[in-house]
Write a protein that binds this ligand. Structure first.
Ligand code: OAD
Length: 245
């Protein structure tokens, strides 16, 4: 039974995608109607080539998303993962989301695979910058004058090496691996659940829709993360957050 497996687990890893933030009002990418890539071009807005072609357009899009993220609040799904972390001896949260909502909810051990939209860095030397004015257009690096860009991973770019290595290591050494709110289509994150299964982990998928990963899952929990995850944590620990047994 999943509840028993969770209570006995020494290391739980959770991989999240845009679906866990959907209930916070942040659109996913691939929803046929409301998904960001249904309305905007990923090539134009989320690639180094798109940024070189039209930095103003890319900057304005990220500034609007950053403003939307700042207004959003973590939801019951994010909060349930905080409780899961507190109840588990070792817990690693891998997220493809750039919205920072897991940390704002209170999750401690978070690895951001695709960066964070709240951070900005120099497109030339990678230095992080905290002081810029969105109203003044695309800002420049005060040191080298190159354009600043959001500190997120774009299509065609490598993931941060340390984050990817830590994610691979966690996936290889966990008892239970959750895939929550991700379509499982973007590599290398999409491989992480398979690494976990190959290393013997129980795979749990939380998603209202079927994905390519569903066939490999030991447990598929169909529904919104904000409903499924709190109910699972309640059932498993019977209201005794942080206690084992
Ligand atoms: P997608 O938009 O591809 O998938 C979102 C998933 O969330 C779908 O499988 C939905 O069924 C599911 N979903 C929707 N509402 C949900 C809810 N309330 N609870 C649980 N699941 C729900 O988003 P990602 O898989 O995160 O990368 O996309 C991966 C990467 O592709 C993103 O990080 C981004 C994107 O392009 C880059 O920008 C590099």
């Amino acid at each position: 039974m999943l509840e028993t497996i969770l209570r006995d687990a020494q290391h739980i890893v959770v991989l999240t995608g845009a679906g866990i933030s959907a209930e916070s009002g942040i659109p996913t990418f691939r929803d046929a109607l409301t998904g960001l890539w249904a309305q905007f071009s990923a090539e134009e807005l989320a690639s180094p080539q798109g940024f070189r072609r039209n930095p103003e357009r890319v900057w304005a899009w990220y500034a609007a998303r950053r403003a939307a993220v700042a207004q959003a609040q973590p939801n019951a799904g994010h909060q349930a993962l905080v409780r899961l972390e507190q109840a588990t001896p070792r817990f690693t949260l891998l997220t493809q989301n750039v919205d920072g909502l897991h940390r704002r909810a209170g999750s401690q051990h978070v690895i951001e695979l695709h960066g964070n939209i709240e951070r900005v860095r120099c497109s030339q030397d990678g230095t992080l910058h905290t002081d810029w004015d969105d109203a003044a257009g695309v800002p420049h690096c005060p040191q080298c004058q190159a354009l600043l860009r959001p500190d997120v991973v774009w299509f065609g770019e490598a993931l941060p090496t340390a984050a990817l290595e830590a994610a691979w290591d966690a996936a290889s050494h966990c008892d239970v691996f959750f895939s929550v709110g991700t379509a499982g289509l973007v590599e290398p994150a999409a491989s992480l659940p398979h690494v976990a299964v190959q290393c013997g982990a129980v795979l749990v998928e939380v998603n209202p829709a079927e994905t390519p990963l569903s066939a490999y899952a030991t447990y598929t929990l169909r529904g919104a993360a904000g409903a499924v995850l709190p109910a699972l944590v309640d059932r498993t620990w019977d209201g005794r957050d942080g206690e084992r047994g």
